[in-house]
Design a protein around this ligand. Structure first.
Ligand code: ADP
Ligand code: MG
Length: 225
């Protein structure tokens, strides 16, 4: 137990540190992006390849930061009565450009009159962003992401995010949430680690169901109080 405690302490210190740094990187990044755009316009097509590389590397930095975005403001962590459906709708909206680019549509099924739960809204938004981003990324031929939010009989709220992607093999499912575990060329392997930690801190749990060639479902269960 002691060992376990130490490990999770280290993780949160490392996480906070990384998050603080991520926050600081945002502003210079924005400036750089602007000036690189200007440069590209004035230098012209001779160096297109260079600009492609720069842009794609900047995007990579940005996705690392996005995965830490909420943790980057630890002072804002504030548990409160939270409307999960609103957070989910905001998230879907936030990722709509990316979804359109991948030919992905949403099928959203929300329980009417769902009770609010006591939670940290920004952190839960972070979880939804990370899981839906993965779903979009894995649907290389487009398709539908089904999102459901409903109460369960045992006083939990069940959030279901289902994709039509490649699926995950049984032995790989065990690796989900390990820091830096990624199968993507441009992946960070941090999104699920951050997400699973947040759900754990909410006394919730995550289950993953997957079928190769059919897709994957993430089930998140959060206690109502
Ligand atoms: P990243 O997205 O940067 O790779 P994540 O922690 O978000 O890091 O995900 C880790 C890995 O889990 C991914 O690289 C991928 O192999 C797998 N994974 C996550 N979500 C899905 C999904 N919906 N379908 C298939 N594989 C997934
Ligand atoms: Mg990811």
């Amino acid at each position: 137990l002691q060992e376990q405690l130490r490990k999770s302490d280290t993780l949160s210190v490392v996480g906070e540190l990384a998050a603080g740094i991520a926050h600081e990187i945002r502003n210079p990044m924005t400036a750089m992006k602007g000036f690189i755009q200007l440069l590209e316009n004035s230098v012209g097509e001779d160096h297109e390849m260079y600009f492609n590389v720069i842009t794609s590397e900047l995007q990579r930095i940005e996705s690392i930061i996005t995965e830490f975005l909420v943790l980057a403001k630890p002072q804002a962590v504030q548990y409160q009565e939270t409307n999960l459906i609103k957070i989910m709708k905001d998230t879907v909206e936030l990722l709509s450009a990316q979804a359109t680019m991948h030919n992905v549509q949403y099928d959203e099924q929300y329980q009417e009159g769902l009770p609010h739960i006591f939670a940290e809204p920004n952190q839960l938004k972070q979880v939804f962003i990370n899981i839906i981003k993965n779903a979009i990324e894995v649907m290389t031929h487009g398709g539908v992401i089904t999102i459901g939010i409903h109460e369960t009989d045992d006083d939990c709220v069940h959030i279901e995010i289902r994709d039509q992607g490649s699926g995950i093999s049984r032995d790989k499912i065990k690796k989900l949430g390990e820091p830096f575990y990624t199968t993507k060329e441009r992946g960070t392997g941090l999104g699920l680690m951050v997400s699973f930690n947040i759900i754990k801190e909410h006394n919730g749990r995550v289950e993953v169901d997957s079928k190769i060639g059919e897709g994957t479902v993430f089930h998140i269960y959060l206690p109502k109080v």
